[in-house]
Design a protein around this ligand. Structure first.
Ligand SMILES: [Fe+2]
Ligand SMILES: [Fe+2]
Length: 348
């Protein structure tokens, strides 16, 4: 332990003096959440997590002039996009303020977590991830996306056994929180920081790699086998117009896409659930499931296989099938015959 309880108590009191009541309550929420996650993922560093949480928004309430002075003193340069987004300034100046005003906490991991808490960084550490996620899902956050993520994350975290499992749950939740932020910016018609996307993609790539290594059933570490299994599950569940596309040569995003149409919005949700549940049972849980609200297009992302479940209108409207490269559609007639035969057998 680097910092005593007395030191952290003193820091908390000092931070309280510098922040508005509202910001301080948020900061305490972040500290509480960081400790809760830290107990599972980084139990030997709770004191440092407290310090990083307490300091993460230390310059959030600075005026433009104050931010400007800090950037001048520390030769911090901002990109044009950063200059235009005042909500980002504090993440660039807070670490510098820590070095000036709280030198005993100016150690690399705390500075890095403070610096990365808003948009992330592709090479961020577990320590950084804890602060970023705690900031996003602390109990004071009431947006629907935050509440949903908080609930699912905390229940998964509680069920996780050991540091590795808990850290895996953390990675997924961090990727999801960054993805939520991206969706939020898109829905407001605003551009988001490129590091947010780079970080999300880097974390997803790491999860994908770990997933492949830990896949219990080795057969499913082959994306082609996984994609065909997804097709079979959807055919068995009576999905309409199931189509498989092999994009291994043409896309860096994934290996295969599976598109399917549901008969109604509840059938769209049922198809997405079925493919999620059936492949999870085989040790390949999806990395994310997007678009539950409205149920007109649900994306189930297994990393190397992406399943798009549409209702009829969305399938026609987005017409994704036509956007895949020529020659990428895979003939699935054998799988259709296999599933039909299974149903015929069941009838007899
Ligand atoms: Fe912040
Ligand atoms: Fe914050």
């Amino acid at each position: 332990m680097k910092y005593s309880k007395e030191q952290i108590d003193r820091l908390r009191a000092e931070v309280e003096k510098r922040l508005s009541q509202k910001r301080f309550v948020h900061t305490l929420g972040v500290e509480k959440m960081a400790l809760l996650i830290g107990e599972k993922c980084l139990p030997e560093r709770l004191d440092e997590l407290s310090a990083a949480a307490l300091l993460h928004d230390i310059s959030k309430e600075y005026s433009e002039a104050e931010h400007f002075l800090v950037t001048k003193r520390h030769n911090i340069t901002m990109t044009e996009a950063e200059k235009n987004e005042s909500a980002l300034w504090h993440s660039l100046t807070a670490a510098a303020v820590v070095t000036e005003d709280f030198p005993e906490y100016a150690e690399p991991d705390i500075l890095s977590a403070v610096y990365n808490h808003t948009v992330g960084s592709p090479d961020m550490s577990v320590f950084d991830e804890i602060i970023l996620l705690a900031d996003y899902i602390e109990e004071g956050r009431k947006y629907e996306r935050c509440v949903t993520l908080r609930e699912s994350f905390l229940s998964e975290l509680a069920l996780s056994k050991g540091v590795d499992e808990a850290t895996n749950v953390l990675h997924r939740a961090v990727a999801k929180s960054l993805d939520n932020n991206i969706q939020e910016f898109i829905s407001r018609g605003k551009s988001y920081h490129e590091r947010t996307e780079l970080t999300r993609d880097a974390i997803m790539a790491r999860i994908r790699k770990d997933n492949m290594e830990n896949t219990k059933d080795l057969v499913y570490s082959d994306s082609g086998v996984l994609a065909r299994e997804a097709v079979k599950v959807l055919l068995e569940k009576k999905g309409i117009k199931v189509a498989l596309f092999d994009v291994r040569e043409k896309s860096s995003v994934t290996d295969y896409y599976v598109n399917v149409t549901g008969r109604s919005s509840s059938n769209v949700a049922a198809l997405a659930d079925e493919v999620d549940v059936k492949l999870s049972e085989k040790g390949r849980a999806p990395l994310r499931v997007e678009g539950r609200r409205g149920n007109n297009w649900i994306l189930v992302d297994f990393g190397d296989v992406i399943v798009n479940v549409f209702d009829r209108e969305s399938r026609d409207f987005y017409n994704l099938d036509r956007h895949f490269p020529e020659g990428s559609q895979v003939d699935i007639s054998e799988l259709v015959a296999e599933v039909d035969a299974k149903f015929d057998l069941n009838k007899n």
